[in-house]
Design a protein around this ligand. Sequence first.
Ligand code: DGY
Length: 279
Amino acid sequence: MPRRELLRRARGMDGLLCMLSDRVDAELLDACPRLRVVANYAVGFDNLDLAAASARGVALTNTPEVLTGATAELAWALLLACARRVLEGDRLVRAGAFRGWDPLLLLGSGLEGKTLGIVGPGRIGRTVARIGRGFGMRILRAGRGDPRGLARLLKASDVVSLHVPLTPATRHLIGKRELGRMKPGAILVNTARGPVVDEKALVEALRSGRLGAAGLDVFEFEPRLVRGLVRLPNAVLLPHLGSATREARRAMAVRAAENLIAGLSGRRPKDLLATLPRA
Ligand code: DGY
């Protein structure tokens, strides 16, 4: 919903079920003085200003757990597409350029025995790691508050998958320096939030061949792409589909609605992020 319309239509409401693209900040909260609960239809909540909501006694909730499997599966879809050059192959066939089997056509990277680095301590990262073990990969993990661990992980991993929330501390967690630490030819997968990666630096790393490929479901200036990204054959780009399965989206809707109803009924919502409404 366009911002202006959201501000207009939310005015006078007691509860709001919002999308991750809706900014719930002081401006919106002041424009909607009756609001008691805001249920975010997402697990990530960088669009919510927790301090502004707390100061106004507005409860905020998110939808954890129900999209863990869907998002981990999509991270793997990107990982495999990058490693095995799935999109390049598809484009080649559609362009009528497939002339028959060729021993050197679109060679990719095998995964068995390789190292998968998971950045982030949460459920989605753990699920991506579990799938990785099934592929025979060695797993390394590093939390966002562990710069040394992150540096080690970047140096040792053939694939790095990002699973941190977006906070001031994780904005550009992966920048020019970190990309420079990665193994030559490594793959980067981002299903977390776009601004965790400095996309300009990423484009340079992909263009130079320093990085083998990147699979991105989220973008720094979403939905806008940084210059040059769209022309890179070694970038696989998806329109923020992490939780886009019918099962996950239905479960998210139910969870958000339950949180909203609980908050409006004066009960503690299951996924309370900040502040119970004033009685
Ligand atoms: C989330 O829930 O935070 C995802 O990015 C949207 O599916």
